[in-house]
Design a binder for this molecule. Structure first.
Ligand SMILES: NC(=O)c1ccc[n+]([C@@H]2O[C@H](COP(=O)([O-])OP(=O)(O)OC[C@H]3O[C@@H](n4cnc5c(N)ncnc54)[C@H](OP(=O)(O)O)[C@@H]3O)[C@@H](O)[C@H]2O)c1
Length: 276
């Protein structure tokens, strides 16, 4: 692992998910300093994970203190706080530090402007399956990132799943697919579960039928070397029952609906970036 010491500024669901992946890969917890807003959350994470945890509530300079001596700084606060947190930390950042943000909509240019000129920045977009080590993360480099630093960012996110490197212009588009994607999948699960209940299954049985079907089908897709279309065709006998159901789904033009949904997400990302 290229990382020597890491600071994680903001350790809520995403910060903690990546921290857990890093520790599970064997990274030494004594080389990690994290920050949170509340003391209770800092104490809990220090107890559970054995890291040094500083709370802004009791230590207003926590972000600046945490980054001192770190070669990698992961910023996982809400987007609205990213630039403010970087400005707090700027004075104590190592000259050759790599700053990696997971915040939606915050550009590398705005982060580069908040840190000293020698500090490199990477922007990323992971998704919530990071919590179970099955994330897909997109990463884009700022203007000062060396090949070794890119390798470091890849290594960090590979501890929680798969990583794709892409130009920054594409990161909002990636966000509409894999960033928001888990919500689309959960929504499909919710809707099919309602249909199962309408068919007369009790709530818990309906949930089990649908959740296991999604989990089983995606596991089958991963394990086989066949396309989703080929696997679908295997379930769809000519003139059988599945064929009737799929015909109804096709009439609803799901592909167009997904295009509309992802376009709406992209439009909102642009609004957020322009401060709306
Ligand atoms: N969740 C997702 O699906 C997802 C996906 C991709 C990217 N992201 C990005 O991840 C970032 C964090 O999201 P999240 O869902 O993990 O949020 P979250 O659970 O609310 O976590 C935010 C963390 O920041 C801490 N915090 C608040 N103000 C702070 C400050 N000034 N300095 C240091 N720490 C501070 C909070 O402390 P307390 O614990 O004490 O409240 C908390 O630990 C966002 O920028 C988001 O865009 C999230």
């Amino acid at each position: 692992m290229n990382i020597n010491r890491i600071a994680i500024l903001g350790s809520g669901s995403m910060g903690t998910a990546i921290l857990s992946g890093l520790l599970a890969s064997g990274f030494d917890s004594s080389k990690v300093t994290i920050t949170t807003k509340s003391e209770a959350n800092a104490d809990k994470l220090a107890d559970e994970l054995g890291v040094t945890a500083l709370a802004l509530e009791t230590q207003p300079t926590a972000n600046a203190d945490a980054v001192a001596g770190a070669d990698v700084v992961l910023v996982a606060v809400k987007p609205a706080y990213v630039v403010e947190v970087l400005k707090e930390a700027a004075q104590t950042l190592s000259a050759d530090a790599l700053v990696i943000s997971v915040a939606a909509g915050i550009t590398t240019a705005s982060m580069e402007a908040a840190v000293p000129k020698t500090v490199a920045v990477v922007r990323s977009m992971p998704n919530t399956p990071a919590i179970v080590g099955r994330a897909v993360t997109g990463i884009s480099t700022g203007s000062r990132v060396s090949d070794k630093q890119l390798e470091t960012a890849l290594e960090l996110f590979e501890t929680v799943g798969r990583v794709v490197v892409l130009p920054e212009e594409q990161i909002d588009a990636l966000s509409t697919i894999s960033g928001s994607g888990p919500a689309y999948v959960f929504y499909l699960i919710e809707q099919l579960t309602l249909a199962a209940q309408e068919m007369g299954f009790a709530e818990d049985v309906a949930a089990m039928l649908v959740e296991e079907t999604f989990a089983g089908a995606t596991e089958l897709l991963s394990a086989s070397n066949q396309s989703p279309e080929a696997l679908r065709n295997q379930v769809t006998s000519p003139n059988g029952t599945t064929m009737q159901a799929v015909a109804v789904l096709e009439q609803a033009e799901l592909a167009k609906l997904f295009s509309k949904a992802t376009a709406a997400a992209l439009a909102r990302a642009k609004e957020i970036a322009s401060g709306k």
